[in-house]
Ligand binder design. Structure first.
Ligand code: GDP
Length: 356
């Protein structure tokens, strides 16, 4: 999100008043009748200061995108990270100060023009006092925008044209290993609220279809009941993006979570995301899956259509699953064809989408 550098009130005033003085000095050298000169100098000083301060404020207002025109994901992101209402309030205050300074500029330049030469300097000082008071009134708004700038830097770059797959599963089940295996380059790492490791986005293209894969370490990897409201919101923001969830289950349980609790997490996530879920049973290279039958030969025979009697008791009405080893690259081609068969969900787009 492009928020330009935000000045403090002092910086804003210093710049305005310094430029006002320069312009006044220049006016001092001009060839105008003496009785008009002092008035011209003070008027120039006020107008220049106002212009410089207004330009800076306008630049900020122009550069910050209108939040309502952003895709919902970004609106949610901004809301979770800094608060959309606070953002609007701060921008509103800047807009207000712009209007007041415009008014002061008009009032005082005409008052100086109509005043006696002796009074011009007093009026200029009065104008500066009022400008300073207006700018100081937006201190907390400037502070907020500076905070927002810091917090909204490195927002994830989402490709809204691409089909989007969100990866979920407990920590250490192999999510990032998989992401590295199936995507082209090193995934982009961007900030994401309430995740320490950020969000990772990988891209791949199949038959001219763009696919974007998102992993959110620290978010879709623990029981939803443990989440606070803000974390829940951070998760729900992803709902605007996901066309499918690829849920990774570590069948070796070396991640430290039982298959049962892994499935339970998948059910929770399924309830929140109303999109198709594909199960990827990972780490088959070290797994002892057929606990019931104790027959490992089926895995070792390289036939992925193995006996899943043990796992199938967990699979609610779905047969959308693959056996893989992210580490050994087993089943990667199957995943990619699965990925390319995911249908993009047409959501209500903002009218201003072409802006992106
Ligand atoms: P994440 O926390 O879900 O992103 O998990 P990682 O991708 O970081 O993987 C956690 C650990 O499991 C790492 O040591 C990986 O090397 C290992 N791992 C991932 N996939 C496989 C697999 O298919 N087989 C085996 N044996 N280990 C794997």
């Amino acid at each position: 999100m492009m928020i330009p550098t935000i000045p403090t009130p002092d910086e804003l005033l210093d710049k305005g008043f310094r430029r006002g003085k320069k312009a006044a000095d220049l006016a001092r050298t001009s060839k105008i009748p003496r009785h008009l000169k002092s008035k011209r100098i003070e008027e120039t000083r006020v107008i220049t200061a106002c212009q410089v301060i207004k330009d800076r404020i306008k630049m900020i207002l122009d550069r910050v995108p209108n939040i309502e025109t952003l895709p919902e994901f970004y609106q949610d992101y901004i809301d979770i990270t800094v608060g959309v209402d606070d953002m609007k309030k701060a921008l509103g205050a800047l807009n207000w100060s712009y209007g007041i300074i415009t008014q002061l500029e008009k009032d005082y330049s005409s008052r100086i023009r109509r005043s006696s030469p002796e009074k011009a300097s007093t009026l200029q000082k009065q104008a500066y006092g009022r400008i300073a008071s207006v700018v100081n009134k937006i201190k907390k708004d400037l502070d907020f925008l500076d905070f927002a700038k810091a917090n909204l830097r490195n927002m994830p770059t989402i490709d809204f044209e691409a089909t989007t797959i969100v990866i979920a599963g407990f920590p250490n089940v192999g999510k990032s290993t998989l992401l590295r295996q199936i995507t082209d380059a090193t995934p982009e790492v961007a900030n994401y609220p309430f995740t320490t490791k950020g969000i990772q986005i990988g891209h791949l293209e199949r038959n001219w279809k763009k696919i974007q894969i998102i992993d959110t370490p620290g978010l879709l990897d623990r029981p939803i009941l443990d989440m606070n409201e803000i974390e829940l919101n951070a998760m729900v923001a992803l709902e605007h993006l996901a066309d499918a969830i690829f849920f990774i289950i570590d069948v070796s349980e070396t991640c430290g979570f039982s298959i049962e609790s892994q499935f339970n997490l998948s059910y929770e996530i399924k309830r929140i995301f109303d999109v198709p879920m594909v199960y990827l049973f990972n780490k088959i290279d070290i797994a002892d899956v057929n606990k019931d039958t104790n027959d490992k030969s089926k895995f070792e025979s390289d036939e992925s259509e193995s006996d899943i009697s043990y796992l199938s008791s967990y699979l609610e009405e779905t047969d959308d699953y693959l056996f893989i080893s992210a580490y050994e690259g087993k089943g990667i081609e199957d995943i990619i064809s699965k990925l390319s068969s995911v249908r993009k969900i047409e959501r209500n787009k903002n009218e201003d989408m072409e802006f992106y």
